[in-house]
Design a protein around this ligand. Structure first.
Ligand SMILES: Cc1ncc(COP(=O)(O)O)c(C=O)c1O
Length: 399
């Protein structure tokens, strides 16, 4: 007998980024040197003082269940951090701590959406948004944005997409996969449409501390009065503090939404790891030099990647204002033959690059943007240099 999987899960697309990372790992296991630009996680180790706080938490007995929605110390640290850096006045009962921001997003969509509700998602989008929305029976409405507009949603395009079923606008700034970031003015113009049409905004701000040059981040909730009541902020420690494995993310939202998410989580997973929560307190309340140091490294890599992409013939890429991704337009290189293989789309291009030159990138199609490939520069400069030499050779080999 073959056990039948539910229709809703059968329709789920597995994460393409994780799939590419798995292929890269398999090549590595087979003894190949792989230049892995597929993963979305800092290559740095978690700073020592954070690890020490976790050890202390274990040794002092913080190894039991906690309140399902998270420990008061961490909620307090989160609201203090947002108050200090963004001037927002959240209370601890508006915070829910989950097993990573991905889990936070799952909770948000589950408590907000009914079947048939529409969630507006600008493309290119992070791979998990549409799939998490679909799990609730709601409908992702994908809005294409233009490379020439730095992949930013315009107020006109947003207004044109709104229907009586529109409930949520999803914004990810700085963006995975494009690295673009909305200015406060751009967010304000979108907020005007949001307020006029009574939308809820889920603002994924997980890359907010990773911004470059003169680009300044603004939290969506701050750009107009009246947004806090209709915004769910999503954030976490994974990217800022190199803590992807600890699995701590959170939401800040109106209190009734937070209560609903806490109730949901109490039935689904109970609390996120107690030890990780104490580590996250140390991350937020401890010395912040580690964040500046990692950002300094990311900035060097970002400048290097920009230069290398500019040297690739026929490849364009919008400025990377934040996060650690470059989204390369490889459209001019499709329809060509690489090592005997005809390549017609971004999936075939990325697979040929991996198989022929051992460089792992992620196909634009998985982010809702055919003709692109995402490069993560959360990896050291020597690896970036060798990998870009190979990308250049790969393009040169095409006929
Ligand atoms: C845009 C975005 N949001 C959320 C997440 C989830 O982060 P985590 O679950 O590790 O906290 C990621 C991770 O790749 C991301 O890129």
């Amino acid at each position: 007998m073959s056990i039948e999987i539910s229709k809703i899960v059968q329709a789920l697309e597995p994460s393409a980024t994780l799939a590419m990372a798995a292929k890269a790992k398999a090549l590595k296991a087979a003894g190949k040197t792989v230049y892995d630009f597929s993963v979305g996680e800092p290559d740095f180790d978690t700073p020592e003082h954070i690890c020490q706080a976790a050890v202390r938490a274990m040794q002092s007995g913080h190894t039991h269940y906690t309140v399902a929605s998270g420990i008061p110390e961490l909620k307090q640290a989160i609201v203090a951090d947002y108050a200090r850096r963004h001037g927002l006045d959240y209370k601890p009962n508006q915070v829910v701590i989950s097993n990573g921001a991905k889990h936070s997003l799952h909770n948000v969509f589950t408590v907000l959406l009914n079947p048939g509700d529409e969630v507006i998602i600008p493309a290119p989008y992070w791979v998990s948004y549409a799939e998490l929305v679909k799990l609730t029976g709601a409908k992702p409405v994908i809005l294409q944005t233009a490379e020439a507009a730095d992949f930013k949603l315009t107020p006109t395009a947003l207004a044109a997409a709104i229907t009586p079923r529109s409930k949520v606008l999803l914004l990810c700034s700085p963006s995975n996969p494009t690295g673009s970031m909305y200015s406060p003015q751009e967010l304000g113009a979108l907020a005007d449409v949001v307020l006029k049409h009574n939308l809820i905004v889920v603002a994924d701000e997980i890359y907010e501390r990773l911004t470059y040059g003169n680009h300044r981040f603004a939290s969506f909730a701050t750009v107009r009065p009246g947004l806090v009541e209709r915004t769910i902020l999503v954030n976490g420690v994974s990217k800022t503090y190199a803590m992807t494995g600890w699995r701590i993310g959170w939401t800040m939202s109106p209190a009734n939404v937070a209560t609903a998410m806490g109730d949901l989580q109490s039935q689904e997973t109970s609390n996120p790891s107690s030890v990780s929560q104490y580590a996250a307190v140390a991350a937020l309340e401890g010395p912040q030099q580690c964040v500046a140091d990692m950002l300094g490294e990311f900035a060097k890599r970002r400048d290097y990647v920009k230069k290398r992409i500019a040297e690739l013939p026929g490849v364009t890429c919008p400025d990377m204002a934040g996060a650690f991704y470059a989204f390369m337009n490889i459209g001019k290189h499709l329809g060509r033959t690489y090592g005997g293989a005809k390549v017609t789309n971004s999936t075939e291009w990325c697979l040929a690059l991996l198989e022929q030159h051992n460089v792992a990138t992620v196909m634009g199609s998985s982010f809702g943007a055919e003709g692109y490939a995402r490069v993560s520069f959360a990896t050291g400069l020597p690896v970036l240099e060798a990998g870009f030499n190979r990308i250049a050779a790969f393009l040169k080999s095409a006929t």
